[in-house]
Design a protein around this ligand. Structure first.
Ligand SMILES: Nc1ncnc2c1ncn2[C@@H]1O[C@H](COP(=O)(O)OP(=O)(O)OP(=O)(O)O)[C@@H](O)[C@H]1O
Length: 376
């Protein structure tokens, strides 16, 4: 008599987001090897093809198609340009306009890859979706956790922190268990068209273009003064949106009398007066914060916030884990760091971790200076 448990369950149908890059190509291949019924989906999320080298959508689609043909899976295409514009790009522009420095890739993951794409894939009859992100999923006590990717150089959990556990539960991340060189080796072994393709950089779907020129098309530049912390006007800026706290290049300051040779850095932005405040030295005390306030926090799974939590945080992608305490009170979320943090930037995201588990995160509203004397 056959053991019912040994009957092979009906193959689960997975739709992989095929970007025309090596990570999603290898993801599709691995899922086929694991016995899933696999199909691909290429999304176009940016309408304008300005014929420049920045618009790679046509080439990317051709690469995705070549890989799907090679491994014998069907490729669907979808256009989410309207959703991208309404739910990602407009917010991104509004943040820039307000003088902040947003991260559109986080919103793109939440609104496009794990919403529009996921809904579309389910409508096509998929049981699950998959992406080539370097993160892992762990199912525990009836919920799905988001874990850092095993390759510490590639971990992308920072960008996925605003995706909910319910969406994570419906997603497979085949390359999250691997290191990038292993992924390339698999692509080469199977002679995939994308094996040697460069990793994508630049903003998701908008590509790698000269950012200030790109922004200029959408937002009028508002020139203003550059001041020192003592209020001396020492130059002009072309628009606060082109500058990021902690940034050195492009200030056009130099040769000032009695100023010495130390390079100048952006210390803060006075949005009300449209003034850029600068100071000399990479370690200028104004650049350091002991704590920050965050808004719009998204938790991957609900968290018990009744007391302070000892966690780690990153205030930018590629930053090491910083020990901190999370407090939740009437003023919102406050993250207090054990050691001073450089260039904590409003508009960027703070992402919180408990070991390898990415808990979620939010947008940095403001930073508390380190030098205020409130610390020990
Ligand atoms: N145009 C697209 N269509 C479908 N899925 C996409 C598209 N762009 C990105 N994705 C999905 O999101 C994942 C992460 O995208 P990201 O832009 O970070 O690329 P990446 O890490 O360089 O991966 P890849 O090598 O697959 O391009 C991709 O692996 C893919 O699954």
């Amino acid at each position: 008599m056959s053991d019912p448990a040994a009957i092979i369950p009906e193959k689960q149908r997975v739709i992989v987001g095929m970007s025309g890059g090596v990570d999603s190509s290898v993801s599709a291949l691995l899922l086929l090897e694991q016995g899933y019924q696999v199909e691909g989906l290429f999304m176009k999320n940016w309408e304008e093809d300005d014929g420049t080298e920045y618009c790679t959508a046509k080439d990317d689609l051709a690469d995705a198609q070549a890989v799907c043909d090679k491994i014998g899976i069907k490729l669907h295409t979808a256009n989410f340009a309207a959703e991208y514009w309404d739910n990602v790009f407009e917010h991104f522009l509004a943040e820039y306009k307000a003088g902040r420095t947003p991260n559109p890739d986080i919103l793109c993951n939440r609104e496009i890859k794990f919403k529009a794409f996921l809904d579309y894939a389910l409508m096509l009859g998929a049981d699950l979706i998959a992406t080539g992100h370097y993160v892992r999923r762990r199912d525990l006590d009836g919920r799905s956790e988001l874990l850092k990717g095993l390759d510490p150089n590639k971990d992308q959990s920072y960008f996925l922190h605003a995706v909910g556990g319910e969406q994570i539960a419906r997603t497979l991340f085949p390359v999250g268990e691997l290191e990038k060189p292993q992924v390339r080796a698999i692509a080469e072994k199977y002679a995939l068209a994308t094996a040697k393709k460069k990793d994508s950089t630049g903003i998701c779907f908008i590509g790698e273009r000269r950012f200030s020129d790109f922004l200029k098309q959408y937002l009028p530049a508002q020139p203003g003064d550059i001041e020192t912390i003592d209020g001396d006007v020492i130059g002009r800026h072309h628009g606060l949106m082109y500058h990021t706290i902690g940034q050195r290049q492009g200030l056009g300051i130099g040769g000032l009398k009695d100023a010495g040779d130390d390079p100048w850095y952006v210390l803060s932005k006075d949005l009300q007066r449209n003034v850029l405040i600068v100071g000399q030295g990479n370690d200028h005390p104004w650049l350091f914060s002991r704590a920050l306030y965050a808004s719009e926090i998204y938790w991957v799974n609900p968290l018990d916030l009744s007391g302070p939590l000892r966690l780690t945080a990153k205030v930018r992608y590629r930053q090491g884990d910083q020990a901190c305490t999370l407090h939740h009170g009437p003023d919102g979320y406050r993250v207090v760091f054990d050691s001073p943090q450089r260039a904590v930037t409003p508009g960027q995201s703070v992402v919180l971790y408990d070991g390898e588990v990415c808990l979620g995160g939010g947008v940095i509203e403001r930073a508390e200076p380190w030098f205020e004397g409130t610390h020990a």
